[in-house]
Design a protein around this ligand. Sequence first.
Ligand code: SF4
Ligand code: SF4
Length: 210
Amino acid sequence: MRIVNLLAEVNEDECSGCGTCEKVCPTLAIHLQRFDKAVRSKPLAVIDKVKCVGCWACEQRCPSHALHMVRHPSPHSIGISIEDVPWQEIADLCRKARLNPEQIICYCTTTRAEEVAAAILKGYHTPEELSQYVGVRTGCKVECTQPILRLLEAAGLPFKPTLEHGWQLYGRTITAWEVPEHVKAKYASRGFYFDQDIELLNRVVAAGKK
Ligand code: SF4
Ligand code: SF4
């Protein structure tokens, strides 16, 4: 869950139209508007106030300091209930992604794997939709990204970059379960215990209610 009590606002005089904010916004709430040269010589960042969840990412990265956060006129929370999705479907999807349903996958918003799985089963099928409607991936955006991509992939929704510029997300990285045997063998004598790690991780994934 995320409390939305801030909104991003653009200082039009300061915006250089560089597009950095458009690329880092987790909910795709920003787009660059282009004008006739006689009106404005450079593009301008425009915020969709409905999509903005007040995460600060744009403000922190704007090289011109043209963005700042203001109080949201109607503070609210975003999140998803897991109650109206069959538990077994949620559990099956989480375990297919090798996640325990109850484990927190986004520490910034304390979102659990089961909440993201329920949202995917309800029809939210991109990282950006999950950020907007569940609140996940609206803090650091580091720890949660891979579990989100694993859950989407487990649901048959492999990662596709949303922006054509494509540097918002880089795709899914390898997990312990996918390390090739020859790599395991190569590092076995150097203090790496891949199979033991996998055994431990499997116990974590399987723990708790079914
Ligand atoms: S990052 Fe800043 S300067 Fe660049 S487009 Fe966005 S608001 Fe404008
Ligand atoms: S505050 Fe976050 S959600 Fe809002 S426009 Fe900026 S990057 Fe997007």
